[in-house]
Write a protein that binds this ligand. Structure first.
Ligand code: IPD
Ligand code: CA
Ligand code: CA
Ligand code: CA
Length: 284
Protein backbone atom coordinates (compact mmCIF):
# COMPACT_ATOMS: atom_id res chain seq x y z
CA UNK A 1 0.00 0.00 0.00
CA UNK A 2 1.40 3.42 -0.96
CA UNK A 3 0.71 6.18 1.56
CA UNK A 4 0.12 9.73 0.36
CA UNK A 5 3.47 10.84 1.83
CA UNK A 6 5.25 8.26 -0.33
CA UNK A 7 3.74 9.88 -3.42
CA UNK A 8 5.26 13.34 -2.85
CA UNK A 9 8.59 12.59 -4.63
CA UNK A 10 6.70 11.34 -7.70
CA UNK A 11 4.48 14.41 -7.68
CA UNK A 12 7.53 16.68 -7.46
CA UNK A 13 9.27 15.04 -10.41
CA UNK A 14 6.09 14.92 -12.50
CA UNK A 15 5.66 18.64 -11.83
CA UNK A 16 9.26 19.43 -12.77
CA UNK A 17 8.87 17.47 -16.01
CA UNK A 18 5.50 19.04 -16.89
CA UNK A 19 6.80 22.59 -16.38
CA UNK A 20 9.93 21.89 -18.44
CA UNK A 21 7.95 20.30 -21.29
CA UNK A 22 5.40 23.13 -21.12
CA UNK A 23 8.17 25.70 -21.63
CA UNK A 24 9.22 23.80 -24.77
CA UNK A 25 5.64 23.78 -26.06
CA UNK A 26 5.37 27.53 -25.46
CA UNK A 27 8.58 28.18 -27.35
CA UNK A 28 7.48 26.22 -30.46
CA UNK A 29 3.89 27.51 -30.41
CA UNK A 30 2.95 29.29 -33.65
CA UNK A 31 6.39 28.55 -35.07
CA UNK A 32 6.30 24.92 -36.24
CA UNK A 33 8.61 23.54 -38.92
CA UNK A 34 7.11 20.08 -39.30
CA UNK A 35 3.53 18.81 -39.01
CA UNK A 36 3.23 15.14 -39.94
CA UNK A 37 0.38 12.63 -40.07
CA UNK A 38 0.46 9.44 -38.01
CA UNK A 39 -1.47 6.49 -39.49
CA UNK A 40 -3.66 8.45 -41.89
CA UNK A 41 -6.84 9.72 -40.24
CA UNK A 42 -5.91 13.27 -39.19
CA UNK A 43 -3.72 12.21 -36.27
CA UNK A 44 -0.96 14.83 -36.32
CA UNK A 45 2.47 14.95 -34.72
CA UNK A 46 4.91 17.86 -34.66
CA UNK A 47 8.49 18.48 -33.59
CA UNK A 48 7.08 19.97 -30.40
CA UNK A 49 5.46 16.61 -29.43
CA UNK A 50 8.87 14.94 -29.82
CA UNK A 51 10.88 17.65 -28.07
CA UNK A 52 8.48 17.82 -25.12
CA UNK A 53 8.42 14.04 -24.78
CA UNK A 54 12.25 13.83 -24.83
CA UNK A 55 12.36 16.37 -21.99
CA UNK A 56 9.81 14.49 -19.87
CA UNK A 57 11.50 11.13 -20.46
CA UNK A 58 14.92 12.55 -19.62
CA UNK A 59 13.70 13.82 -16.24
CA UNK A 60 11.66 10.76 -15.27
CA UNK A 61 14.24 8.21 -16.39
CA UNK A 62 16.97 10.10 -14.55
CA UNK A 63 15.07 9.95 -11.24
CA UNK A 64 13.30 6.59 -11.65
CA UNK A 65 15.40 4.38 -13.95
CA UNK A 66 13.64 1.19 -12.75
CA UNK A 67 10.09 2.32 -13.55
CA UNK A 68 7.98 1.40 -16.58
CA UNK A 69 6.89 4.14 -18.99
CA UNK A 70 4.14 4.37 -21.59
CA UNK A 71 4.63 7.50 -23.68
CA UNK A 72 2.49 8.48 -26.66
CA UNK A 73 5.30 8.94 -29.16
CA UNK A 74 7.89 6.49 -27.77
CA UNK A 75 5.60 3.66 -26.64
CA UNK A 76 6.64 1.22 -23.92
CA UNK A 77 9.97 1.98 -22.26
CA UNK A 78 11.83 1.09 -19.07
CA UNK A 79 11.36 -1.93 -16.83
CA UNK A 80 8.22 -3.87 -17.89
CA UNK A 81 8.11 -5.68 -14.51
CA UNK A 82 7.91 -2.51 -12.43
CA UNK A 83 4.81 -1.79 -10.30
CA UNK A 84 5.26 1.86 -11.26
CA UNK A 85 4.01 2.89 -14.70
CA UNK A 86 4.25 6.46 -15.96
CA UNK A 87 1.66 7.40 -18.61
CA UNK A 88 2.96 10.41 -20.53
CA UNK A 89 1.28 12.62 -23.10
CA UNK A 90 3.84 15.34 -23.88
CA UNK A 91 1.32 17.35 -25.90
CA UNK A 92 -2.35 16.58 -25.45
CA UNK A 93 -4.22 18.59 -28.07
CA UNK A 94 -1.82 18.34 -31.01
CA UNK A 95 -4.52 19.29 -33.53
CA UNK A 96 -5.19 22.51 -31.63
CA UNK A 97 -1.46 23.15 -31.30
CA UNK A 98 -0.76 22.57 -35.00
CA UNK A 99 -3.42 25.18 -35.82
CA UNK A 100 -2.10 27.66 -33.20
CA UNK A 101 -5.31 27.21 -31.19
CA UNK A 102 -4.02 27.73 -27.65
CA UNK A 103 -5.72 24.84 -25.84
CA UNK A 104 -3.37 21.96 -25.05
CA UNK A 105 -1.48 20.47 -22.13
CA UNK A 106 1.29 18.25 -20.88
CA UNK A 107 -0.21 15.25 -19.08
CA UNK A 108 1.87 13.07 -16.74
CA UNK A 109 0.23 10.33 -14.69
CA UNK A 110 1.65 7.58 -12.51
CA UNK A 111 -0.04 4.24 -11.90
CA UNK A 112 1.10 2.21 -8.92
CA UNK A 113 -0.04 -1.42 -9.11
CA UNK A 114 -2.31 -0.46 -12.03
CA UNK A 115 -4.12 2.26 -10.05
CA UNK A 116 -3.73 5.90 -11.13
CA UNK A 117 -2.21 7.64 -8.09
CA UNK A 118 -0.43 10.80 -9.26
CA UNK A 119 -1.63 13.27 -11.87
CA UNK A 120 -0.12 16.47 -13.23
CA UNK A 121 -1.66 18.42 -16.12
CA UNK A 122 0.03 21.65 -17.19
CA UNK A 123 -1.52 24.25 -19.49
CA UNK A 124 1.49 26.30 -20.60
CA UNK A 125 -0.53 29.09 -22.25
CA UNK A 126 -2.59 29.95 -19.15
CA UNK A 127 0.21 28.77 -16.87
CA UNK A 128 -2.21 26.64 -14.89
CA UNK A 129 -0.67 23.61 -13.19
CA UNK A 130 -3.26 21.04 -12.07
CA UNK A 131 -1.93 18.50 -9.57
CA UNK A 132 -3.30 15.65 -7.48
CA UNK A 133 -2.16 12.54 -5.68
CA UNK A 134 -4.23 9.78 -4.12
CA UNK A 135 -5.18 10.77 -0.59
CA UNK A 136 -3.62 14.24 -0.91
CA UNK A 137 -6.41 16.13 -2.70
CA UNK A 138 -6.22 18.22 -5.87
CA UNK A 139 -5.06 21.77 -6.39
CA UNK A 140 -4.14 24.26 -9.10
CA UNK A 141 -1.12 26.57 -9.14
CA UNK A 142 -1.57 29.65 -11.31
CA UNK A 143 0.21 32.93 -12.01
CA UNK A 144 -1.17 36.25 -10.79
CA UNK A 145 0.77 39.54 -10.95
CA UNK A 146 4.05 37.66 -11.28
CA UNK A 147 3.38 35.44 -8.25
CA UNK A 148 2.40 31.78 -8.13
CA UNK A 149 -0.81 31.22 -6.19
CA UNK A 150 -2.50 27.95 -5.25
CA UNK A 151 -6.18 27.08 -4.98
CA UNK A 152 -7.68 23.74 -3.97
CA UNK A 153 -9.81 22.09 -6.64
CA UNK A 154 -13.35 20.83 -6.06
CA UNK A 155 -15.84 19.58 -8.60
CA UNK A 156 -19.01 21.60 -9.29
CA UNK A 157 -22.26 21.31 -7.34
CA UNK A 158 -24.54 21.13 -10.40
CA UNK A 159 -27.22 18.55 -9.67
CA UNK A 160 -28.94 17.90 -12.99
CA UNK A 161 -28.00 17.28 -16.58
CA UNK A 162 -30.37 20.05 -17.62
CA UNK A 163 -28.28 22.61 -15.69
CA UNK A 164 -24.89 21.25 -16.69
CA UNK A 165 -22.11 22.21 -19.07
CA UNK A 166 -20.38 19.13 -20.49
CA UNK A 167 -17.40 18.37 -22.69
CA UNK A 168 -16.55 15.52 -25.03
CA UNK A 169 -14.36 14.72 -28.02
CA UNK A 170 -14.02 12.62 -31.15
CA UNK A 171 -11.32 10.03 -31.73
CA UNK A 172 -9.17 9.94 -34.84
CA UNK A 173 -11.01 6.80 -36.09
CA UNK A 174 -14.40 8.59 -36.10
CA UNK A 175 -14.82 8.39 -39.87
CA UNK A 176 -14.39 4.61 -39.88
CA UNK A 177 -16.83 3.62 -37.14
CA UNK A 178 -20.50 4.03 -36.31
CA UNK A 179 -19.35 4.32 -32.68
CA UNK A 180 -18.26 7.87 -33.50
CA UNK A 181 -19.91 9.78 -30.61
CA UNK A 182 -21.95 11.95 -33.01
CA UNK A 183 -25.36 10.84 -31.69
CA UNK A 184 -24.28 11.25 -28.07
CA UNK A 185 -22.90 14.72 -28.76
CA UNK A 186 -26.07 15.93 -30.56
CA UNK A 187 -28.45 14.43 -28.03
CA UNK A 188 -26.63 15.80 -25.00
CA UNK A 189 -26.31 19.22 -26.62
CA UNK A 190 -30.14 19.31 -26.56
CA UNK A 191 -30.45 18.09 -22.97
CA UNK A 192 -27.91 20.43 -21.28
CA UNK A 193 -26.64 24.02 -21.23
CA UNK A 194 -24.17 22.82 -23.86
CA UNK A 195 -21.43 20.41 -24.81
CA UNK A 196 -17.95 21.76 -25.52
CA UNK A 197 -15.29 20.05 -27.67
CA UNK A 198 -12.07 21.37 -26.21
CA UNK A 199 -9.59 19.17 -28.09
CA UNK A 200 -7.51 18.09 -25.10
CA UNK A 201 -8.73 15.22 -22.94
CA UNK A 202 -6.32 16.23 -20.16
CA UNK A 203 -7.70 19.79 -20.05
CA UNK A 204 -11.27 18.43 -20.21
CA UNK A 205 -10.59 16.34 -17.11
CA UNK A 206 -8.75 19.16 -15.33
CA UNK A 207 -11.76 21.42 -15.94
CA UNK A 208 -14.17 18.85 -14.51
CA UNK A 209 -11.88 18.63 -11.46
CA UNK A 210 -11.83 22.41 -11.08
CA UNK A 211 -15.62 22.77 -11.43
CA UNK A 212 -15.53 24.69 -14.73
CA UNK A 213 -17.30 21.78 -16.40
CA UNK A 214 -19.77 19.35 -14.83
CA UNK A 215 -19.04 16.20 -16.82
CA UNK A 216 -16.98 14.60 -19.58
CA UNK A 217 -17.32 11.46 -21.63
CA UNK A 218 -15.29 10.17 -24.56
CA UNK A 219 -14.23 6.97 -26.32
CA UNK A 220 -11.10 5.98 -28.24
CA UNK A 221 -8.67 7.29 -25.64
CA UNK A 222 -5.33 5.92 -24.45
CA UNK A 223 -3.84 5.61 -20.95
CA UNK A 224 -1.60 8.65 -21.57
CA UNK A 225 -4.73 10.77 -22.23
CA UNK A 226 -6.51 9.66 -19.07
CA UNK A 227 -4.25 8.66 -16.20
CA UNK A 228 -3.31 12.09 -14.84
CA UNK A 229 -6.78 13.61 -15.34
CA UNK A 230 -8.50 10.69 -13.61
CA UNK A 231 -6.53 11.37 -10.44
CA UNK A 232 -7.44 15.07 -10.65
CA UNK A 233 -11.18 14.35 -10.89
CA UNK A 234 -11.23 11.69 -8.18
CA UNK A 235 -9.20 13.78 -5.74
CA UNK A 236 -11.41 16.82 -6.43
CA UNK A 237 -14.42 14.79 -5.26
CA UNK A 238 -15.72 13.63 -8.64
CA UNK A 239 -16.54 10.23 -10.05
CA UNK A 240 -14.71 8.36 -12.84
CA UNK A 241 -16.16 5.16 -14.33
CA UNK A 242 -17.01 3.38 -17.56
CA UNK A 243 -20.13 4.68 -19.38
CA UNK A 244 -22.30 2.15 -17.50
CA UNK A 245 -20.91 3.18 -14.07
CA UNK A 246 -18.82 0.01 -13.76
CA UNK A 247 -15.13 0.36 -12.91
CA UNK A 248 -13.17 2.01 -15.66
CA UNK A 249 -11.11 -0.31 -17.86
CA UNK A 250 -8.19 1.68 -19.25
CA UNK A 251 -7.95 -0.65 -22.26
CA UNK A 252 -11.54 0.15 -23.31
CA UNK A 253 -10.54 3.75 -24.05
CA UNK A 254 -13.88 4.95 -22.63
CA UNK A 255 -14.38 7.28 -19.74
CA UNK A 256 -17.24 8.97 -17.92
CA UNK A 257 -16.01 11.60 -15.46
CA UNK A 258 -18.37 13.94 -13.61
CA UNK A 259 -18.91 15.91 -10.43
CA UNK A 260 -20.62 12.77 -9.08
CA UNK A 261 -24.03 14.44 -8.76
CA UNK A 262 -24.95 14.09 -12.45
CA UNK A 263 -23.10 10.80 -12.90
CA UNK A 264 -26.09 8.44 -12.92
CA UNK A 265 -28.19 10.67 -15.16
CA UNK A 266 -25.38 11.08 -17.68
CA UNK A 267 -24.55 7.37 -17.56
CA UNK A 268 -28.17 6.37 -18.16
CA UNK A 269 -28.50 8.84 -21.02
CA UNK A 270 -25.32 7.57 -22.70
CA UNK A 271 -26.49 3.97 -22.35
CA UNK A 272 -29.82 4.79 -24.04
CA UNK A 273 -28.38 6.55 -27.11
CA UNK A 274 -27.98 4.42 -30.21
CA UNK A 275 -25.21 5.20 -32.72
CA UNK A 276 -26.37 7.02 -35.85
CA UNK A 277 -25.02 4.61 -38.46
CA UNK A 278 -25.80 6.99 -41.34
CA UNK A 279 -22.97 9.27 -40.18
CA UNK A 280 -20.30 6.66 -40.95
CA UNK A 281 -18.08 7.76 -43.82
CA UNK A 282 -15.67 5.28 -45.36
CA UNK A 283 -14.32 7.52 -48.11
CA UNK A 284 -11.58 9.19 -46.04
C1 IPD B 1 -6.22 13.79 -28.42
C2 IPD B 1 -6.93 14.78 -27.54
C3 IPD B 1 -8.36 14.97 -27.98
C4 IPD B 1 -9.11 13.66 -28.03
C5 IPD B 1 -8.35 12.67 -28.90
C6 IPD B 1 -6.94 12.48 -28.35
P1 IPD B 1 -3.56 14.11 -28.82
O1 IPD B 1 -4.88 13.60 -27.97
O2 IPD B 1 -6.92 14.39 -26.19
O3 IPD B 1 -9.07 15.83 -27.11
O4 IPD B 1 -10.40 13.89 -28.53
O5 IPD B 1 -9.05 11.45 -28.91
O6 IPD B 1 -6.26 11.51 -29.09
O7 IPD B 1 -3.44 13.20 -30.01
O8 IPD B 1 -3.77 15.52 -29.17
O9 IPD B 1 -2.48 13.87 -27.83
CA1 CA C 1 -1.50 12.31 -30.77
CA1 CA D 1 -3.63 12.81 -26.10
CA1 CA E 1 -0.26 13.75 -27.61
Amino acid sequence: MTSSQDLQPFLDIATEAALAAGAILRSHFGNLKSIEKKGGSGNLVTEADHAAEAKVLGIIQHHFPDHAILAEEGGKLGNPDSNYLWAIDPLDGTTNYAHSYPVFAVSIGLMVNNIPQVGVVYDPMRQELFQAAKGMGAWCDFERNGNTERRPMRVSTTESLEESLLVSGFAYDRRQTSDNNYAEFCHLTDLTHGVRRGGSAAIDLAYVASGRLDGYWERGLSPWDLTAGMVLVEEAGGNVTAYDESSIEMASGRILATNGLIHRELSQTLMEIKPLAEFVRTDT
